[in-house]
Ligand binder design. Sequence first.
Ligand code: PLP
Length: 395
Amino acid sequence: MSIKLPMVKLAERMSRLGTETAFEVMAKAKALEAQGKDMIYLQIGEPDFPTPKHIVEAGVTALRGGQTHYCASSGILPLKEAIVKEVVSRRGVAPSLHNIVVTPGAKPILFFVILALIEAGDEVIYPNPGFPIYESMISFAGAKAVPLPLREENDFSFDHDEFCSLINERTRLIILNSPHNPTGGILSRADVELVAKIARERNIMVLSDEVYKNILYDDCQHYSIYSLADMQERTILLDGFSKTYAMTGWRLGFGVMPKDLAKKIERLMVNSNSCTATFTQYAGIEALKGSTTEVDGMVDTFKSRRDFIVAGLNQLPGVKCLMPKGAFYVFPNVAELGMGSDDLENYLLHESGVAVLSGSAFGQYGEGFLRLSYANSIENIDRALQRINNALDKI
Ligand code: PLP
């Protein structure tokens, strides 16, 4: 007689944890590839370039030199010193070493900060469409996720009156992301000044996700809210190495935040990861201090691809695509095609062997759009555009 084991009983909070569908689409595409279908991957959120050689060398030297043990939970001193210099040079203000916590990727900063600051009943304003982990983590913490719509007609920035109308006495945190995933939009000086003004008046914290700050085109400027007066005490600056230095697999990121909060985030690190891999942090020092030639080259290449893919998308019937100002994504409007974004994602995957993401994977205001990453060669982008064109002809 077989005994039926009880089903795993999960904590209620697990039903509130979302995901990133980019990983699911990747799995579906790989399964199709395994069946012999030729796939082109435009769903991926990582640079297709190798990590620059001098950074790899620094990591290898650290490994050979024995940097293979635990280290301080908030990060090694020389990396924190390099981060201070980087923040001074890019944001014009100097944090102290106590303000910095190094983590395995930038994502844990988001996870830990929301756990540390947010309670049930709080409200958190976040960009929508936006990086799906924002909404996921806000809901996981039991708070109310309040979408800040980023509309195409505003060049994927937000409407100031609409932003002000979302603020109330329960608003605890505002999340900003510029340059923005998935639209490639950026925040203007006026945008960040308005958010700073409200944050000061209402004593609201701001989490500023700046992981794409180095990937900007056409002389566009990056405005960090962290640079503005009195904002260092109410901002968590989130940054990382994945995108700028093509270091997604190294897992290295950091947060700059008020000292009291940094102590709690360090404690969350002790309770979860213990520390970030030591040799990875040595590679990070080289990334911040070493030559920028390869990084500059990557941004130039991204720019040519951006111009190519935007021009190609705008030639497709029923597709309209704005020119993104940063990051490595395009967010074309496909509403005229009359197929929902999820169905279109699925159709293109199976019909044309092109993996893209549905705009609705980034929130309800992403419906009617697709996200394509141009972290792929011009040849592959060209082939993908031709295949999409053929597939759209059949709708
Ligand atoms: N923030 C945004 C807007 C992102 O797009 C990503 C990655 O896709 C991250 C944060 C996290 O990056 P990582 O954890 O690799 O540093």
